[in-house]
Design a protein. Structure first.
Length: 169
């Protein structure tokens, strides 16, 4: 009669690693700000504005084990030139947050998950909120383009490596 073996682990095999878990706990609008410094006159300007978009990603662990907050912030500024003077049409800043449960991932993968995967999940909500806010403010919607968070992550890592102090050998 054959012995019953634990199907989870064969004799002599290395112990199994726990399965990694990625779970979205919550997506939320953390902050929204809109400034229209030259209203109502700016609504009468029909020139196409110059639009500048800046993105930032922040992440940090929360008090609960294996739970992290990731925030993507977009600042959108539109400027027009009227009577040879540059005027701000609008300035909108939104912070879209997400709370993520990340368990059993190798430590070397955590920066990539927090810097690429999580912002990729949060960003579509940010885009929708900015567009909605602009329409509610009386402007045409602003559609933010797709973002390659992997390329941004690599660029940020390269900048950190370049700015790191070198130690003499």
């Amino acid at each position: 009669m054959a012995e019953d073996q634990n199907p989870q682990q064969a004799p002599g095999a290395a112990p199994q690693q726990p399965t990694p878990t990625f779970a979205i706990q919550r997506i939320y609008l953390k902050d929204a700000s809109l400034e229209i410094p030259h209203a109502p006159d700016i609504f009468l300007v029909h020139d196409n504005p110059q639009i500048n978009v800046q993105l930032e990603v922040e992440q940090h662990p929360l008090q609960e084990a294996n739970v992290y907050e990731v925030v993507v912030r977009a600042t959108v500024t539109a400027k027009v030139t009227q009577n040879n003077e540059e005027q701000t049409m609008f300035l909108v800043e939104c912070k879209q947050g997400g709370i993520f449960l990340l368990q059993n991932f190798p430590n070397d993968q955590m920066p990539m998950i927090l810097g690429i995967t999580c912002p990729t999940v949060v960003y579509p909500y940010l885009r929708a909120n900015i567009s909605d806010l602009m329409v509610r403010a009386g402007f045409p919607p602003v559609y933010l383009g797709e973002v390659n968070f992997e390329a941004l992550f690599i660029q940020r890592m390269q900048q950190q490596a370049a700015n790191a102090p070198t130690t003499p050998q």
